[in-house]
Design a protein around this ligand. Structure first.
Ligand code: PLA
Length: 461
Protein backbone atom coordinates (compact mmCIF):
# COMPACT_ATOMS: atom_id res chain seq x y z
CA UNK A 1 0.00 0.00 0.00
CA UNK A 2 2.22 2.83 -1.10
CA UNK A 3 1.19 6.19 0.26
CA UNK A 4 -0.38 8.36 -2.40
CA UNK A 5 -0.30 12.09 -2.36
CA UNK A 6 -2.72 12.51 -5.23
CA UNK A 7 -6.48 12.48 -4.97
CA UNK A 8 -6.97 8.89 -6.09
CA UNK A 9 -10.77 8.85 -5.99
CA UNK A 10 -11.02 11.63 -8.50
CA UNK A 11 -9.24 9.38 -10.95
CA UNK A 12 -11.10 6.20 -10.20
CA UNK A 13 -14.65 7.34 -9.75
CA UNK A 14 -14.92 10.27 -12.08
CA UNK A 15 -18.27 10.32 -13.84
CA UNK A 16 -18.65 11.77 -17.30
CA UNK A 17 -17.43 15.32 -17.19
CA UNK A 18 -18.90 17.97 -19.43
CA UNK A 19 -16.51 19.15 -22.09
CA UNK A 20 -16.66 22.74 -23.22
CA UNK A 21 -19.10 23.30 -26.07
CA UNK A 22 -16.50 24.53 -28.51
CA UNK A 23 -17.56 22.27 -31.36
CA UNK A 24 -18.82 24.97 -33.66
CA UNK A 25 -19.86 24.09 -37.21
CA UNK A 26 -17.05 24.13 -39.79
CA UNK A 27 -18.26 27.20 -41.69
CA UNK A 28 -18.65 29.30 -38.55
CA UNK A 29 -15.33 28.06 -37.22
CA UNK A 30 -13.53 29.18 -40.38
CA UNK A 31 -15.03 32.67 -40.19
CA UNK A 32 -14.18 32.73 -36.51
CA UNK A 33 -10.58 31.90 -37.27
CA UNK A 34 -10.45 34.67 -39.91
CA UNK A 35 -11.73 37.17 -37.39
CA UNK A 36 -9.21 36.02 -34.81
CA UNK A 37 -6.42 36.34 -37.43
CA UNK A 38 -7.42 39.91 -38.17
CA UNK A 39 -7.68 40.62 -34.44
CA UNK A 40 -4.19 39.29 -33.83
CA UNK A 41 -2.76 41.61 -36.52
CA UNK A 42 -4.43 44.61 -34.96
CA UNK A 43 -3.66 43.76 -31.36
CA UNK A 44 -0.48 44.78 -29.52
CA UNK A 45 2.35 42.23 -29.60
CA UNK A 46 1.90 40.97 -26.06
CA UNK A 47 -1.60 39.63 -26.73
CA UNK A 48 -0.32 37.36 -29.53
CA UNK A 49 1.39 35.23 -26.90
CA UNK A 50 -0.43 31.99 -26.22
CA UNK A 51 -1.39 32.99 -22.72
CA UNK A 52 -0.45 35.63 -20.24
CA UNK A 53 -1.82 33.70 -17.29
CA UNK A 54 0.19 32.62 -14.30
CA UNK A 55 -1.89 29.46 -14.31
CA UNK A 56 -1.33 27.62 -17.60
CA UNK A 57 -2.74 24.14 -18.08
CA UNK A 58 0.47 22.37 -17.05
CA UNK A 59 0.35 24.26 -13.76
CA UNK A 60 -3.42 24.26 -13.22
CA UNK A 61 -4.77 21.33 -15.20
CA UNK A 62 -8.50 20.99 -15.77
CA UNK A 63 -9.84 18.99 -12.81
CA UNK A 64 -12.65 16.49 -13.16
CA UNK A 65 -16.03 17.47 -11.74
CA UNK A 66 -16.68 16.08 -8.25
CA UNK A 67 -18.18 12.65 -8.93
CA UNK A 68 -20.97 12.91 -6.36
CA UNK A 69 -22.08 16.47 -7.03
CA UNK A 70 -21.73 15.80 -10.77
CA UNK A 71 -24.07 12.87 -10.35
CA UNK A 72 -26.55 15.11 -8.53
CA UNK A 73 -26.40 17.59 -11.39
CA UNK A 74 -26.98 14.87 -13.98
CA UNK A 75 -29.94 13.57 -11.99
CA UNK A 76 -31.51 17.03 -11.84
CA UNK A 77 -31.11 17.46 -15.59
CA UNK A 78 -32.77 14.10 -16.37
CA UNK A 79 -36.37 14.68 -17.42
CA UNK A 80 -37.57 11.09 -17.16
CA UNK A 81 -40.52 10.64 -14.78
CA UNK A 82 -38.95 7.33 -13.70
CA UNK A 83 -35.63 8.83 -12.56
CA UNK A 84 -34.31 7.71 -9.19
CA UNK A 85 -31.65 9.42 -7.06
CA UNK A 86 -29.62 6.89 -5.11
CA UNK A 87 -26.49 9.06 -5.16
CA UNK A 88 -25.80 11.50 -2.37
CA UNK A 89 -26.46 10.32 1.19
CA UNK A 90 -29.41 12.51 2.06
CA UNK A 91 -32.56 11.23 3.70
CA UNK A 92 -35.77 11.16 1.69
CA UNK A 93 -39.28 10.35 2.92
CA UNK A 94 -41.52 7.71 1.38
CA UNK A 95 -42.53 10.22 -1.30
CA UNK A 96 -38.90 10.71 -2.27
CA UNK A 97 -38.86 14.21 -0.77
CA UNK A 98 -36.33 15.80 1.60
CA UNK A 99 -37.59 15.61 5.17
CA UNK A 100 -37.36 18.52 7.56
CA UNK A 101 -37.36 16.78 10.92
CA UNK A 102 -40.43 17.80 12.97
CA UNK A 103 -38.15 18.53 15.91
CA UNK A 104 -36.06 20.83 13.73
CA UNK A 105 -39.22 22.72 12.74
CA UNK A 106 -40.00 23.18 16.43
CA UNK A 107 -36.50 24.39 17.23
CA UNK A 108 -36.69 26.79 14.30
CA UNK A 109 -39.96 28.18 15.65
CA UNK A 110 -38.39 28.67 19.09
CA UNK A 111 -35.42 30.48 17.59
CA UNK A 112 -37.57 32.74 15.43
CA UNK A 113 -39.60 33.77 18.44
CA UNK A 114 -36.58 34.53 20.58
CA UNK A 115 -36.21 38.33 20.68
CA UNK A 116 -32.73 38.08 22.19
CA UNK A 117 -31.10 36.45 19.17
CA UNK A 118 -29.08 38.56 16.79
CA UNK A 119 -26.57 38.03 14.01
CA UNK A 120 -23.40 38.92 15.87
CA UNK A 121 -20.28 36.81 15.37
CA UNK A 122 -20.07 33.57 17.30
CA UNK A 123 -16.92 33.08 19.40
CA UNK A 124 -14.02 31.49 17.48
CA UNK A 125 -14.78 28.07 19.00
CA UNK A 126 -18.49 28.42 18.29
CA UNK A 127 -21.56 28.30 20.50
CA UNK A 128 -20.49 26.80 23.80
CA UNK A 129 -23.93 25.37 24.65
CA UNK A 130 -23.74 23.51 21.34
CA UNK A 131 -20.17 22.21 21.52
CA UNK A 132 -20.46 20.98 25.10
CA UNK A 133 -23.69 19.07 24.39
CA UNK A 134 -22.17 17.71 21.17
CA UNK A 135 -19.32 16.27 23.21
CA UNK A 136 -21.78 14.69 25.66
CA UNK A 137 -23.76 13.23 22.79
CA UNK A 138 -20.69 11.58 21.35
CA UNK A 139 -18.74 10.57 24.44
CA UNK A 140 -21.52 10.28 27.02
CA UNK A 141 -22.32 12.82 29.76
CA UNK A 142 -20.38 10.70 32.25
CA UNK A 143 -17.36 10.25 29.98
CA UNK A 144 -14.13 10.18 31.99
CA UNK A 145 -12.51 12.44 29.38
CA UNK A 146 -15.16 15.14 29.87
CA UNK A 147 -15.21 14.83 33.65
CA UNK A 148 -11.43 15.08 33.87
CA UNK A 149 -11.24 18.09 31.54
CA UNK A 150 -9.21 16.22 28.93
CA UNK A 151 -11.39 17.14 25.95
CA UNK A 152 -11.74 20.22 23.82
CA UNK A 153 -14.50 20.89 21.30
CA UNK A 154 -14.73 23.44 18.54
CA UNK A 155 -17.63 24.12 16.22
CA UNK A 156 -16.92 23.50 12.54
CA UNK A 157 -18.39 23.71 9.06
CA UNK A 158 -20.22 20.38 9.40
CA UNK A 159 -18.32 17.09 9.26
CA UNK A 160 -16.14 18.08 6.32
CA UNK A 161 -14.89 21.14 8.17
CA UNK A 162 -14.16 19.02 11.22
CA UNK A 163 -12.15 16.48 9.24
CA UNK A 164 -10.30 19.34 7.58
CA UNK A 165 -9.51 21.08 10.87
CA UNK A 166 -8.20 17.80 12.27
CA UNK A 167 -6.12 17.26 9.14
CA UNK A 168 -4.70 20.75 9.39
CA UNK A 169 -3.87 20.27 13.07
CA UNK A 170 -2.09 16.99 12.32
CA UNK A 171 -0.24 18.51 9.36
CA UNK A 172 1.11 21.22 11.62
CA UNK A 173 1.76 19.33 14.82
CA UNK A 174 1.83 15.54 14.42
CA UNK A 175 5.33 14.13 14.67
CA UNK A 176 4.51 10.43 14.22
CA UNK A 177 4.15 8.74 10.83
CA UNK A 178 2.32 11.36 8.80
CA UNK A 179 0.67 8.89 6.47
CA UNK A 180 -3.04 8.65 7.16
CA UNK A 181 -4.42 5.12 6.83
CA UNK A 182 -7.96 5.09 5.50
CA UNK A 183 -10.21 2.16 4.73
CA UNK A 184 -10.40 0.76 1.21
CA UNK A 185 -12.84 2.05 0.18
CA UNK A 186 -13.65 5.17 2.15
CA UNK A 187 -15.54 8.43 1.68
CA UNK A 188 -13.69 9.74 -1.39
CA UNK A 189 -13.21 13.18 0.12
CA UNK A 190 -10.97 11.79 2.87
CA UNK A 191 -8.11 11.42 0.37
CA UNK A 192 -8.51 14.97 -0.90
CA UNK A 193 -8.81 16.53 2.53
CA UNK A 194 -5.63 14.94 3.87
CA UNK A 195 -3.63 15.20 0.64
CA UNK A 196 -4.52 18.89 0.33
CA UNK A 197 -2.79 19.67 3.63
CA UNK A 198 0.23 17.59 2.65
CA UNK A 199 -0.58 14.38 4.49
CA UNK A 200 -0.36 11.34 2.22
CA UNK A 201 -3.02 8.64 2.50
CA UNK A 202 -2.58 4.88 2.37
CA UNK A 203 -5.33 2.29 2.46
CA UNK A 204 -6.04 -0.62 4.77
CA UNK A 205 -8.23 -3.43 3.40
CA UNK A 206 -11.80 -3.14 4.64
CA UNK A 207 -14.38 -4.58 2.30
CA UNK A 208 -14.37 -8.26 1.38
CA UNK A 209 -15.74 -8.50 -2.16
CA UNK A 210 -16.60 -12.17 -1.71
CA UNK A 211 -18.68 -11.90 1.45
CA UNK A 212 -19.61 -8.25 0.89
CA UNK A 213 -18.77 -7.90 4.57
CA UNK A 214 -15.73 -6.84 6.60
CA UNK A 215 -12.24 -8.05 5.67
CA UNK A 216 -11.21 -8.08 9.31
CA UNK A 217 -8.12 -10.20 8.67
CA UNK A 218 -6.87 -7.84 5.99
CA UNK A 219 -7.64 -4.80 8.08
CA UNK A 220 -5.85 -5.99 11.21
CA UNK A 221 -2.87 -7.25 9.26
CA UNK A 222 -2.44 -3.90 7.52
CA UNK A 223 -2.66 -2.01 10.80
CA UNK A 224 -0.04 -4.33 12.29
CA UNK A 225 2.24 -3.78 9.30
CA UNK A 226 1.82 -0.01 9.12
CA UNK A 227 4.75 1.95 10.59
CA UNK A 228 4.33 2.69 14.31
CA UNK A 229 2.50 5.91 15.13
CA UNK A 230 0.53 6.05 11.88
CA UNK A 231 -2.70 8.03 11.81
CA UNK A 232 -5.69 5.69 11.41
CA UNK A 233 -8.96 7.12 10.13
CA UNK A 234 -11.96 5.15 11.38
CA UNK A 235 -15.71 5.36 10.74
CA UNK A 236 -17.37 4.73 14.13
CA UNK A 237 -20.64 3.53 12.58
CA UNK A 238 -22.50 3.20 9.29
CA UNK A 239 -19.31 3.04 7.23
CA UNK A 240 -19.41 5.03 4.01
CA UNK A 241 -19.62 3.64 1.33
CA UNK A 242 -19.94 0.00 2.39
CA UNK A 243 -22.47 -0.03 5.24
CA UNK A 244 -20.20 -2.59 6.91
CA UNK A 245 -19.14 -2.02 10.54
CA UNK A 246 -16.88 -4.02 12.86
CA UNK A 247 -18.64 -5.70 15.80
CA UNK A 248 -17.87 -4.37 19.28
CA UNK A 249 -15.54 -7.33 19.84
CA UNK A 250 -13.72 -6.50 16.64
CA UNK A 251 -13.45 -2.86 17.73
CA UNK A 252 -11.81 -4.10 20.92
CA UNK A 253 -9.25 -6.05 18.89
CA UNK A 254 -8.64 -3.03 16.70
CA UNK A 255 -8.12 -0.89 19.78
CA UNK A 256 -5.56 -3.39 21.09
CA UNK A 257 -3.60 -3.29 17.84
CA UNK A 258 -3.76 0.50 17.64
CA UNK A 259 -2.52 0.70 21.21
CA UNK A 260 0.27 -1.80 20.61
CA UNK A 261 1.44 0.02 17.50
CA UNK A 262 1.02 3.47 19.05
CA UNK A 263 -1.14 4.48 16.11
CA UNK A 264 -3.19 7.62 16.38
CA UNK A 265 -6.99 7.20 15.95
CA UNK A 266 -9.02 9.83 14.13
CA UNK A 267 -12.77 9.07 14.06
CA UNK A 268 -15.06 10.53 11.44
CA UNK A 269 -18.58 10.32 12.85
CA UNK A 270 -21.11 11.35 10.22
CA UNK A 271 -23.99 9.00 11.02
CA UNK A 272 -24.53 8.76 14.77
CA UNK A 273 -28.15 7.71 15.29
CA UNK A 274 -28.52 6.76 11.67
CA UNK A 275 -27.04 3.29 11.84
CA UNK A 276 -29.13 1.66 14.53
CA UNK A 277 -31.51 4.50 15.30
CA UNK A 278 -29.89 4.58 18.74
CA UNK A 279 -27.46 7.39 19.50
CA UNK A 280 -25.72 5.55 22.32
CA UNK A 281 -25.28 2.29 20.45
CA UNK A 282 -23.82 4.12 17.45
CA UNK A 283 -21.24 5.75 19.72
CA UNK A 284 -20.12 2.49 21.34
CA UNK A 285 -16.83 2.15 19.45
CA UNK A 286 -15.76 5.72 20.20
CA UNK A 287 -16.72 5.42 23.86
CA UNK A 288 -14.73 2.22 24.14
CA UNK A 289 -11.60 3.93 22.80
CA UNK A 290 -12.09 6.83 25.24
CA UNK A 291 -12.57 4.43 28.16
CA UNK A 292 -9.30 2.80 27.17
CA UNK A 293 -7.56 6.13 27.62
CA UNK A 294 -6.61 6.80 23.99
CA UNK A 295 -5.59 10.22 22.82
CA UNK A 296 -7.76 10.79 19.75
CA UNK A 297 -9.47 13.16 17.38
CA UNK A 298 -13.11 13.08 16.31
CA UNK A 299 -15.04 14.84 13.57
CA UNK A 300 -18.78 15.05 14.20
CA UNK A 301 -21.41 15.92 11.62
CA UNK A 302 -25.02 16.91 12.30
CA UNK A 303 -25.92 16.92 8.60
CA UNK A 304 -27.59 13.53 8.51
CA UNK A 305 -28.92 12.93 11.99
CA UNK A 306 -30.58 16.38 12.14
CA UNK A 307 -31.24 16.67 8.41
CA UNK A 308 -29.26 19.92 8.50
CA UNK A 309 -27.19 19.16 5.40
CA UNK A 310 -26.84 22.65 3.96
CA UNK A 311 -26.66 24.40 7.32
CA UNK A 312 -23.19 22.98 8.00
CA UNK A 313 -23.45 22.18 11.70
CA UNK A 314 -20.56 20.14 13.05
CA UNK A 315 -17.98 19.83 15.74
CA UNK A 316 -14.36 18.80 16.12
CA UNK A 317 -13.19 17.18 19.34
CA UNK A 318 -9.73 16.37 20.65
CA UNK A 319 -9.23 14.16 23.68
CA UNK A 320 -5.95 13.56 25.38
CA UNK A 321 -4.99 10.59 27.54
CA UNK A 322 -5.44 10.71 31.32
CA UNK A 323 -2.45 11.82 33.36
CA UNK A 324 -1.14 14.70 35.45
CA UNK A 325 -0.48 17.00 32.48
CA UNK A 326 -3.71 16.25 30.62
CA UNK A 327 -5.61 19.46 31.35
CA UNK A 328 -2.60 21.57 30.39
CA UNK A 329 -2.10 19.54 27.17
CA UNK A 330 -5.69 19.99 26.12
CA UNK A 331 -5.53 23.72 26.81
CA UNK A 332 -2.51 23.99 24.51
CA UNK A 333 -4.28 21.98 21.81
CA UNK A 334 -7.39 24.15 22.15
CA UNK A 335 -5.32 27.32 21.82
CA UNK A 336 -3.78 26.13 18.55
CA UNK A 337 -7.13 24.97 17.18
CA UNK A 338 -8.43 28.48 17.81
CA UNK A 339 -5.58 29.94 15.74
CA UNK A 340 -6.25 27.51 12.89
CA UNK A 341 -9.98 28.22 13.03
CA UNK A 342 -9.45 31.99 13.05
CA UNK A 343 -7.30 31.87 9.93
CA UNK A 344 -9.60 29.46 8.10
CA UNK A 345 -13.16 30.62 8.84
CA UNK A 346 -12.71 33.10 11.71
CA UNK A 347 -15.81 31.78 13.43
CA UNK A 348 -18.48 29.25 12.53
CA UNK A 349 -22.01 29.81 11.17
CA UNK A 350 -24.83 30.16 13.69
CA UNK A 351 -28.09 28.81 12.38
CA UNK A 352 -27.55 25.05 12.19
CA UNK A 353 -25.70 24.97 15.50
CA UNK A 354 -28.49 26.97 17.16
CA UNK A 355 -31.06 24.46 15.92
CA UNK A 356 -29.04 21.47 17.12
CA UNK A 357 -28.21 23.20 20.39
CA UNK A 358 -31.87 23.97 21.09
CA UNK A 359 -32.69 20.28 20.74
CA UNK A 360 -29.64 18.95 22.56
CA UNK A 361 -30.28 21.21 25.55
CA UNK A 362 -33.97 20.42 25.99
CA UNK A 363 -34.84 16.92 27.27
CA UNK A 364 -38.31 16.94 25.69
CA UNK A 365 -37.05 18.00 22.30
CA UNK A 366 -34.19 15.54 22.62
CA UNK A 367 -36.67 12.70 23.15
CA UNK A 368 -38.59 13.85 20.11
CA UNK A 369 -35.38 13.92 18.09
CA UNK A 370 -34.75 10.30 19.05
CA UNK A 371 -38.18 9.45 17.66
CA UNK A 372 -37.36 11.27 14.43
CA UNK A 373 -34.11 9.31 14.20
CA UNK A 374 -36.02 6.08 14.70
CA UNK A 375 -38.37 7.11 11.88
CA UNK A 376 -35.46 7.64 9.49
CA UNK A 377 -33.43 4.59 10.40
CA UNK A 378 -36.60 2.46 10.59
CA UNK A 379 -37.66 3.41 7.08
CA UNK A 380 -34.19 2.66 5.77
CA UNK A 381 -34.14 -0.73 7.47
CA UNK A 382 -37.57 -1.57 6.00
CA UNK A 383 -36.27 -0.64 2.54
CA UNK A 384 -33.32 -2.96 3.06
CA UNK A 385 -35.68 -5.83 3.84
CA UNK A 386 -37.94 -5.02 0.91
CA UNK A 387 -35.09 -4.74 -1.59
CA UNK A 388 -33.52 -7.98 -0.52
CA UNK A 389 -36.79 -9.92 -0.68
CA UNK A 390 -37.71 -8.46 -4.05
CA UNK A 391 -34.37 -9.44 -5.59
CA UNK A 392 -34.69 -12.89 -4.06
CA UNK A 393 -38.26 -13.26 -5.37
CA UNK A 394 -37.13 -12.25 -8.83
CA UNK A 395 -34.36 -14.84 -8.58
CA UNK A 396 -31.72 -12.24 -9.41
CA UNK A 397 -28.40 -14.12 -9.67
CA UNK A 398 -26.08 -13.73 -6.67
CA UNK A 399 -26.75 -13.44 -2.97
CA UNK A 400 -28.50 -10.44 -1.50
CA UNK A 401 -28.21 -10.97 2.24
CA UNK A 402 -25.62 -8.18 2.38
CA UNK A 403 -28.39 -5.66 1.70
CA UNK A 404 -29.90 -6.41 5.12
CA UNK A 405 -26.57 -7.16 6.82
CA UNK A 406 -25.18 -3.74 5.96
CA UNK A 407 -26.20 -0.78 8.05
CA UNK A 408 -26.82 2.96 7.80
CA UNK A 409 -27.33 5.31 4.90
CA UNK A 410 -25.65 3.21 2.22
CA UNK A 411 -25.56 -0.21 0.72
CA UNK A 412 -22.62 -1.45 -1.28
CA UNK A 413 -24.54 -3.55 -3.76
CA UNK A 414 -21.71 -5.31 -5.55
CA UNK A 415 -23.03 -4.05 -8.91
CA UNK A 416 -20.19 -3.47 -11.38
CA UNK A 417 -19.40 -0.14 -12.95
CA UNK A 418 -20.82 -1.38 -16.25
CA UNK A 419 -24.06 -2.35 -14.54
CA UNK A 420 -24.21 1.00 -12.75
CA UNK A 421 -23.83 2.85 -16.05
CA UNK A 422 -26.49 0.72 -17.71
CA UNK A 423 -28.85 1.46 -14.83
CA UNK A 424 -28.23 5.15 -15.39
CA UNK A 425 -28.58 5.04 -19.20
CA UNK A 426 -31.39 2.54 -19.50
CA UNK A 427 -33.41 3.06 -16.33
CA UNK A 428 -32.54 6.62 -15.17
CA UNK A 429 -31.26 5.26 -11.86
CA UNK A 430 -28.40 7.37 -10.45
CA UNK A 431 -25.86 5.80 -8.12
CA UNK A 432 -22.08 6.12 -7.72
CA UNK A 433 -19.89 4.06 -10.02
CA UNK A 434 -18.61 1.92 -7.16
CA UNK A 435 -22.07 0.36 -6.78
CA UNK A 436 -23.07 2.32 -3.67
CA UNK A 437 -26.73 3.17 -3.25
CA UNK A 438 -28.18 5.64 -0.81
CA UNK A 439 -30.90 3.52 0.77
CA UNK A 440 -33.02 6.58 1.57
CA UNK A 441 -33.60 7.07 -2.16
CA UNK A 442 -35.75 3.94 -2.16
CA UNK A 443 -39.41 4.09 -1.19
CA UNK A 444 -42.55 1.97 -1.47
CA UNK A 445 -43.33 3.57 -4.85
CA UNK A 446 -40.04 3.05 -6.66
CA UNK A 447 -38.56 -0.07 -5.09
CA UNK A 448 -40.24 -2.49 -7.54
CA UNK A 449 -38.95 -0.47 -10.46
CA UNK A 450 -35.45 -0.49 -9.00
CA UNK A 451 -35.42 -4.23 -8.22
CA UNK A 452 -36.57 -5.04 -11.76
CA UNK A 453 -33.99 -2.70 -13.27
CA UNK A 454 -31.24 -4.36 -11.20
CA UNK A 455 -32.54 -7.79 -12.20
CA UNK A 456 -32.38 -6.81 -15.85
CA UNK A 457 -28.80 -5.53 -15.81
CA UNK A 458 -27.56 -8.44 -13.71
CA UNK A 459 -29.18 -11.06 -15.95
CA UNK A 460 -28.14 -9.45 -19.22
CA UNK A 461 -24.56 -8.40 -18.55
N1 PLA B 1 -17.64 11.98 6.59
C1 PLA B 1 -18.30 10.99 5.99
C2 PLA B 1 -17.88 9.59 6.25
C3 PLA B 1 -19.38 11.26 5.12
O1 PLA B 1 -20.02 10.26 4.54
C4 PLA B 1 -19.73 12.61 4.88
C5 PLA B 1 -20.86 12.96 3.94
C6 PLA B 1 -19.01 13.61 5.56
C7 PLA B 1 -17.98 13.26 6.41
C8 PLA B 1 -19.31 15.07 5.40
O2 PLA B 1 -20.53 15.45 5.80
P1 PLA B 1 -20.90 16.97 6.05
O3 PLA B 1 -19.73 17.81 5.73
O4 PLA B 1 -22.05 17.25 5.14
O5 PLA B 1 -21.27 17.00 7.48
N2 PLA B 1 -21.04 12.11 2.85
C9 PLA B 1 -22.14 12.33 1.88
C10 PLA B 1 -22.08 13.70 1.24
C11 PLA B 1 -23.48 12.23 2.58
C12 PLA B 1 -20.75 14.11 0.68
O6 PLA B 1 -20.05 13.32 0.03
O7 PLA B 1 -20.41 15.27 0.92
C13 PLA B 1 -22.07 11.23 0.81
O8 PLA B 1 -23.02 11.11 0.02
O9 PLA B 1 -21.09 10.46 0.80
Amino acid sequence: MPPSSTAAPARTSNISTTTSSSTASSSSSSSLSRISNIASHLAPASSTMASTTNFPADVVPQAPEDPLFGLMRAFRADESPDKMDLGIGAYRDDNGKPWVLPVVKKADEILRNNPDLNHEYAPIAGIQAFTSKSAELMFGADSPALKEGRATSIQTISGTGAVHLGALFLAKFYKGNRTVYVSNPTWANHHQIFNNVGLPTAQYPYFDKKTKGLDFEGMTQALREAPDRSVVLLHPCAHNPTGVDPTLDQWKELAAIIRQKNHFPFFDSAYQGFASGNLVRDAAAVRYFVEQGFELLLAQSFAKNFGLYGERAGCFHAITSPGPGAAETIARIASQLAILQRSEISNPPLYGARIASTVLNDPKLFAEWEENLATMSGRIISMRKALRSKLEELGTPGTWNHITDQIGMFSFTGLTEEQVLRLRNEAHVYMTKNGRISMAGLNTKNIDYFAKAVHKVVTTS
